[in-house]
Design a protein around this ligand. Structure first.
Ligand code: GLA
Length: 678
């Protein structure tokens, strides 16, 4: 769906919060900003169905007609993330219950249990009513089901559904007892009725139980999405259906698995750093979305995805808001488009006067359209029109980084050796090091094809099934280059530790055997003999075929290997037993990538200038984003689509500025296009 062509531009639009005169101003301003897609109705359930079965669609009819008359498409949402107050009063059993047994009440949003039959029936009913009325409305470009699935519950409905799910996954109680290692602390189950959701416990909960609960919710929420999708699709198969993914460790959603069920992956992304961490986070989120999109039906490395929500202005960090500097909104947006997003959408169009998110940023802020933010929104709309030809093709990436939702969930469990074990952080650290060194990265999942990549990086891939272990060793045996970080391959898919020395599943390919962990205190670092430092973690690594490449220089581990390299089959496998400081990590990953034959996207780009290349049929586009506040020059040639200027030898980027270059043939030619697309 949504092949090459115009980039989508717009955001969440909540006309139900405003009188009709404001709608007319909204549409005039949208036209000025060249907005072509708005998400409508996300939280409008109580305005669409004020009492059970009585629908008030008249205002939505007018809004959709008005938008259509002005050439603006609609991503029409089903409002099921926020049931009306009448629903909770009529169905108290469908209100969510927390792990410690507190039943929550309406007054915010997401107040439902997606395993409760009454909620599911009500959600289907409102979705069906919307489908019946609007499935053939000419403004309808996309169905947006729900909002940010992720809410869990411990009520009786959830417990019953969890038991059914467990019986299907494990077959019988013996298998469940084995998977959860219930002999520990006498948790052995003898009847399914004894199995509950992981409620609040006196002391540490069972890791296998917690992990399956996450998996259960991923499947349950997916089923809730799929039943809405099916009835929307049935009403008009020509209109694509999706839901917006929320990113975060708390989310019990396996986004890659969901990709097969949506017509296009859509993500919401809000960086929480104010320095260049925000740019890195945007790059990682976009690479993740592209990696998940490959898992869609017929997905490949150029599968479309969409940035469905982002913030026009403020970055929220530590409970405070930080205004984005001029130009930053555009650079964040271009970074997503460079990485394959079919457009740029924001939360939200117009800032509300009241409600919990009254100070969230908007394209039309409280101060109105005569503002820097709205002027930047107008500029961005024009930019996106000018670069629409770059809305196709694959993104150059020589390096693959593995992502695994379940490893993230398992590393967050209590009883781990350190409080700072986080799959996302480790993926982000490796991605940051490669981002700073200028290498393009794809995110892959265990089992994905790897023949497009020079180097595979596994950051804290804690859970490894036998199939994952075979995937890794097969890749290296056949000549692949691999870099594995601490805490990978330690446990199996049930979160049971593999015995015989860590990293159990990957010992052979790495040629090491880890005897002991040495988690480091928060501010503690350990010197490495190569000059850098390690933090967070260290290990007693015994060589079993690998060579030491760097050693610990002090303390109980002095002289023992910290970084190793192993020839395995026709390939090479590196192991890092600590988190190196940023400069050391960057050097290590650059060395491993270059040794593997990878090259940076634009080797001549100066520090602080991000370079991403998209490659389509017969053309390539180089996106250059200057994240510094100083002017920068980048040797490159082509036509800058943002200005229309021909560039013969050097692009001049103003501080905070950007260029999107349609490259002259010679400049865009790939160094080593010798491998098939994954
Ligand atoms: C999410 C939600 C939006 C809004 C934003 C605020 O992405 O989908 O409704 O709450 O966060 O950042």
């Amino acid at each position: 769906m949504w092949g090459a062509g115009a980039l989508r531009y717009g955001g969440d639009y909540n006309p139900e919060q405003w009188p009709a005169e404001v709608w007319r101003e909204d549409v005039a301003l949208m036209r000025r900003a060249r907005v072509n897609l708005v998400t409508v109705g996300v939280f409008a359930w109580s305005r669409l169905e004020p009492e059970p079965g009585r629908y008030t669609f008249d205002w939505l009819d007018q809004v959709l007609d008005l938008l259509h008359d002005n050439g603006i498409g609609v991503a029409l949402a089903t409002p099921t993330a926020s049931p009306p107050p009448w629903f909770s009063l009529a169905h108290p059993d469908a209100l969510p219950v927390t792990a410690d047994g507190v039943r929550l009440h309406h007054g915010s949003r997401d107040t439902y249990c997606a395993a409760a039959p009454a909620y599911r029936a009500a959600a289907r009913a409102i979705a069906a009513a919307l489908a019946e009325r609007y499935a053939h409305h000419p403004a309808l470009a996309l169905w947006h089901v729900h909002n940010e699935y992720g809410t869990t519950c411990h009520c009786a409905h959830a417990a019953r559904a969890f038991r059914r799910w467990l019986a299907e996954r494990h077959g019988d109680l013996d298998a469940l007892n084995a998977a959860w290692a219930t002999s520990f602390w006498g948790q052995h189950y003898t009847d399914w009725a004894q199995v509950d959701t992981p409620r609040a416990t006196q002391y540490l909960a069972n890791p296998g139980h917690l992990l399956d609960f996450r998996r259960f919710w991923s499947d349950t929420l997916l089923a809730a999405y799929a039943e809405q999708r099916d009835l929307l699709r049935a009403a008009n198969p020509a209109v694509p259906v999706t839901t917006n993914y929320v990113l975060g460790d708390w989310v019990p959603v396996d986004h890659a698995r969901w990709a097969a069920e949506v017509d296009m992956v859509a993500i919401d992304h809000y960086p929480d750093a104010v320095d260049d961490g925000a740019e890195e986070q945007s790059a990682l989120a976009a690479d993740l979305a592209r990696g998940w999109a490959r898992h869609g039906a017929g997905g490949d490395r150029s599968a479309p995805w969409l940035l469905m929500e982002s913030a026009p202005n403020q970055i929220h960090t530590g409970g405070r808001m930080h205004a984005k500097e001029p130009g930053r909104m555009a650079r964040h947006s271009l970074s997503h488009v460079a990485r394959g997003s079919r457009g740029v959408m924001f939360f939200q169009w117009r800032a509300p006067a009241g409600g919990a998110e009254r100070f969230h940023s908007a394209l039309v802020p409280h101060a109105g359209p005569d503002t820097r933010v709205f002027r930047e929104a107008v500029d961005l709309g024009a930019m996106l029109e000018r670069i629409s030809e770059a809305n196709e093709g694959t993104v150059d990436a020589d390096v693959a980084i593995a992502w695994d939702a379940a490893s993230g969930w398992a590393l967050g469990h209590p009883g781990m050796p350190s409080p700072h074990l986080d799959h996302r952080d480790e993926v982000a650290a490796a991605h940051r090091a490669l981002w700073r060194a200028g290498f393009g990265c794809d995110v892959v999942l265990p089992g994905d094809r790897l023949d497009a990549y020079r180097l595979l990086v596994l950051p804290a891939l804690y859970l490894a099934s036998d199939a994952t272990a075979d995937w890794v060793s097969g890749y290296v045996r056949e000549g692949g280059h691999l870099l594995v970080t601490w805490l990978s391959g330690v446990a199996d898919e049930h979160a049971r530790v593999r015995l015989g020395g860590h990293p159990g599943a990957l010992r052979d390919v790495l040629g090491v055997r880890v005897e002991e962990f040495h988690p480091l205190a928060d501010a503690q670092t350990v010197p490495l003999s190569g000059g850098g430092t390690g933090r967070l973690w260290a290990e007693t690594v015994r060589l079993a075929g690998a060579q030491p490449m760097d050693t610990y220089a002090d303390g109980v581990l002095a002289g023992l290997p910290a970084v190793t390299r192993h020839r395995f089959g026709a390939g090479t496998a590196w192991y890092l037993s600590t988190r190196p400081d940023d400069a050391t990590y960057r050097r290590l990953l650059s060395d491993a990538a270059r040794a593997a034959g990878a090259s940076p996207v634009c080797p001549t780009a100066p520090a602080g200038v991000e370079a991403v290349r998209r490659r389509g049929a017969g053309a390539s586009w180089l996106f250059l984003l200057n994240h510094t506040d100083r002017p920068q020059r980048v040797p490159a040639a082509g036509v800058d689509l943002l200005t229309g200027a021909t560039v013969d030898a050097q692009v001049h980027l103003p501080g905070g500025g950007a260029a999107v270059l349609r490259e002259s043939d010679a400049a865009g030619r790939r160094g080593a296009p010798d491998r098939a697309d994954g």
